[in-house]
Design a binder for this molecule. Structure first.
Ligand code: VTB
Length: 317
């Protein structure tokens, strides 16, 4: 079980990253925005006492990411062993272009509980809570999944909305979903938020997330959905030998394996996200003279708690 005090610590971590990234909103510089978020997140993680943290989903492998690389130890190095999945700026392009739904996010679980996903793509499907197990399945054709979800919801496919990343690779998926008469919300980036949206369809208008995005983002999304309830499956998409080597390095031998949400994020899990730009889930960072305000959501699987933290504090400078 995770220590409850981590709830506030994890919020400090995503707040720090979001504030740092927000200084780069709309400046067209994805790299600087990301770097600022990484620096701030790392500092905040290292201030956490009684945490022997291991980054399992990070900014990349050690040779390509000088900070928050996979395998980096963070926290005091004493106390509870914690697996950490992080994305200091999920949606770097959204931030650089000041578009909605850029977030800073982190998931934490007991040591050994998070899937060590390689930096490849992952095919994902996710729906919110309240449906029978197996309502949708990655192995079924997309149109069939829409029809089954509509039936479980007691509506027609016309009343279902899918969220899909707007990419050429999704042309066939989009056509298949549209063939059922369902509606599609296309997003340019940010599929962690896309998956989370399925948990509250009445608010977000999104019933199902489908398609191929980053594998690390898949684990973060699975951690979040474990906390708030829902179903998700993911399968790595490893096309090149180089990608297969990455997967092997993470201990994955069966590249076609379908991972359930529970396999991607086991046991007691916490997830936090702070808005960088205002989106459908979170307000973005708000600066005013001398003060900065952030909005953060912290979720925990053991208790099903979803805590909203609006924090106004003096600016650092
Ligand atoms: C995916 C998605 C992310 O970037 O990684 C995407 O999971 C990259 O996809 O949420 P492309 O290579 O097709 O651009 C995000 O949308 C944002 O980091």
């Amino acid at each position: 079980m995770l220590s409850r005090t981590l709830t506030i610590e994890i919020a400090r971590v995503t707040e720090a990253a979001a504030i740092a990234a927000a200084h780069w909103r709309g400046r067209g510089d994805e790299k600087q925005a990301d770097q600022a978020a990484v620096d701030a997140m790392r500092q905040a993680l290292n201030r956490i006492l009684d945490m022997d943290g291991l980054v399992v989903i990070g900014e990349g492998e050690r040779d390509e990411a000088p900070m928050l690389y996979i395998g980096e130890k963070v926290g005091s190095g004493t106390g509870q062993r914690i697996d950490i999945a992080l994305d200091p700026l999920e949606g770097t392009t959204l931030c650089a272009k000041a578009m909605p739904n850029a977030i800073a996010c982190v998931a934490m679980a007991d040591g050994g509980s998070l899937l060590h996903a390689p930096d490849t793509y992952m095919d994902k499907i996710a729906i919110g809570g309240g449906y029978p197990d197996g309502t949708v399945d990655l192995d079924l054709p997309p149109a069939e999944n829409i029809r089954r979800l509509a039936k479980a919801k007691g509506v027609t496919p016309r009343d279902i909305t899918a969220c899909i990343l707007d990419r050429p690779r999704h042309e066939a998926l989009i056509a298949a979903v549209r063939s059922t008469d369902a509606s599609i919300t296309l997003i340019t980036d940010g599929d962690v938020a896309g998956v989370i949206h399925t948990a509250t369809p009445d608010e977000t208008g999104i019933d199902i997330y489908m398609g191929i995005g980053g594998a690390p983002e898949g684990v973060l999304a699975a951690a979040a959905l474990r906390c708030i309830g829902g179903q998700m499956q993911g399968r790595l998409v490893t096309k090149s030998e180089e990608q297969k080597a990455r997967a092997r390095k993470m201990g994955i031998e069966d590249f076609h394996r379908k991972f359930s949400m529970q396999e991607m994020a086991k046991g007691d899990v916490m997830f936090a996200a702070t808005g960088v730009t205002t989106g459908s889930m979170l307000e973005g960072v708000h600066f005013e003279p001398g003060y900065v305000t952030t909005e953060t959501v912290v979720m925990r699987s053991a208790t099903g708690t979803v805590r909203w933290i609006k924090n106004r504090r003096k600016s650092a400078e």
